[in-house]
Write a protein that binds this ligand. Structure first.
Ligand SMILES: Nc1ncnc2c1ncn2[C@@H]1O[C@H](COP(=O)(O)OP(=O)(O)OP(=O)(O)O)[C@@H](O)[C@H]1O
Length: 253
């Protein structure tokens, strides 16, 4: 369970999050959507205890990340927007490193690594330096390392980035399995059909405010649009703008 109430974050005198509130139940995938720079990553970094909020209440599986930034990392698996890895280690060495930092039992670690490495099809890269691997493979390593300790809560910042269709499908299936196990998942993406496919509820952040929150059906009814893309464009005041740009492009061609 995740509880966010009236979250405010300022960087200097710039207010980046202006009173955000939402909840994610156990067994729920919550899609955090919004235009570039709207505050999704900042919200996620606060959830996992790597950015301090200015004010507001945050509880992640009952833990306040501000009071217990170490404790929250034990219950959360976080995939940042850009993988943070040790380029001079091999994936095998990196997983062992994560296992020892997280105090994962050796047998359990081996079992999880084998399962996830096979699921994402990276067996052949286990002995190569991470720095020499493609972006998509590094993203898979980032994902696997976030899942090794079998966390109760997953915070995934554009985690599908760089994944080929097969790996994206596998991640989707894994997320649905995690949801069935009762985990809470926060998932940001710019790929709206994907959000529509896997998210139970959506929160749309715009200019640091959560302007709408609900199931896709609730959003469709509230906004009077047929799909998430049109809902997104309408609420972020981009719909007319996109139409004008397309009209101008057509006239110019
Ligand atoms: N450490 C920081 N110092 C100052 N400003 C920051 C910092 N981190 C983020 N910001 C600002 O906060 C705002 C929100 O950024 P954030 O990365 O949360 O957006 P986002 O919704 O994740 O965007 P994107 O879709 O492009 O990833 C931006 O204006 C960004 O420049």
């Amino acid at each position: 369970m995740i509880v966010v109430e009236n979250l405010i974050k300022k960087f200097g005198n710039k207010t980046v999050l202006n009173g955000i509130s939402f909840r994610v139940s156990n067994g729920e995938i919550y899609g955090l959507l919004g235009p570039n720079g709207s505050g999704k990553s900042t919200t996620m970094k606060i959830l996992v205890g790597i950015v301090k909020p200015t004010s507001g209440k945050v509880l992640v599986a009952g833990i306040d990340p501000l009071r217990d930034p170490i404790g929250v990392k034990e219950v959360v698996g976080f995939v940042p927007e850009t993988p943070i890895l040790y380029e001079s280690l091999t994936p095998g060495e990196f997983f062992n490193f994560i296992g020892s930092v997280r105090n994962i039992d050796k047998e359990k670690l081996e079992e999880r690594v084998n399962y996830l490495v096979k699921a994402f099809g990276i067996e052949e890269y286990l002995d190569q330096f991470i720095g020499t691997l493609s972006f998509g493979t590094q993203q898979k390593i980032s994902l696997i390392s976030a899942l090794l300790h079998d966390p109760q809560v997953l915070v995934l910042d554009e985690a599908m980035n760089g994944l080929d269709p097969k790996s994206a499908r596998i991640l989707r299936e894994l997320l649905l399995e995690f949801k069935m196990e009762g985990k809470s998942i926060v998932f940001s993406t710019h790929v709206l059909p994907l959000a529509e496919m896997i998210c139970d509820r959506i929160g749309l952040i715009y200019k640091g405010e959560l302007i709408v929150d609900g199931t896709i059906d609730e959003l469709k009814e509230k906004v009077h649009e047929e799909n998430l893309e049109d809902i997104f464009l309408k609420l972020t005041e981009s719909k007319g703008e996109v139409e004008n740009i397309l009209r101008a492009l057509k006239a110019a061609l």
